[in-house]
Ligand binder design. Structure first.
Ligand SMILES: [Zn+2]
Length: 166
């Protein structure tokens, strides 16, 4: 019980204390390495809308954590391939997918700028140029972001990751 409370206190604290702006999560990448129109691009495969950005880089390029936070999932899923999921500032979920290698474990602490894996083409990126698919989801809805676009209500939860870099 005490452990659970402690854990919850950490989760609450990290949402409030950590700086909310992130860094570009691929080593040496710049804004030229993704298409800024790709966020919310539709139609987009099985998911209908592209809820993140794809940062292109050579296979094996280090993927670095955009923010500090708690790693809540690492593993392999069908569409995302090898993924790392971090709970970070403002109770947002930071999602890194199509990784080649995963270099961090569930419940580890991710540190902003530190390696968590490498760029790959796993999951439904197979056969495409290696890239990091990066999404930022808010657990707290932002109702004013709701839009009339395809699946526009989900914009209450999915942030444009590029807007958090700074
Ligand atoms: Zn993508």
């Amino acid at each position: 019980m005490l452990k659970t409370l402690k854990f919850l206190a950490i989760i609450l604290a990290l949402g409030l204390v950590l700086p909310a702006h992130g860094i570009i999560p691929v080593k040496n990448a710049t804004a030229k390495d993704w298409n800024r129109l790709s966020f919310w691009y539709a139609p987009w495969g099985k998911s209908g809308v592209h809820k993140g950005i794809d940062i292109f880089a050579k296979l094996g390029t280090p993927v670095i954590s955009s923010t500090s936070g708690l790693v809540i999932y690492t593993g392999h899923i069908e569409m995302g391939g090898n993924v790392v999921v971090v709970l970070g500032p403002k109770w947002r979920i930071y999602y890194y997918s199509h990784l080649d290698g995963i270099h961090i474990k569930t419940f580890d602490w991710a540190t902003s700028g530190k390696g968590i894996g490498t760029v790959g083409d796993s999951g439904n990126a197979a056969g495409k140029p290696p890239h990091l698919h990066y999404s930022v989801m808010s657990l707290v809805p932002y109702p004013w972001k709701l839009s009339a676009q395809t699946q526009g209500w989900k914009k209450m939860f999915f942030m444009n990751p590029a807007e958090s870099f700074g």
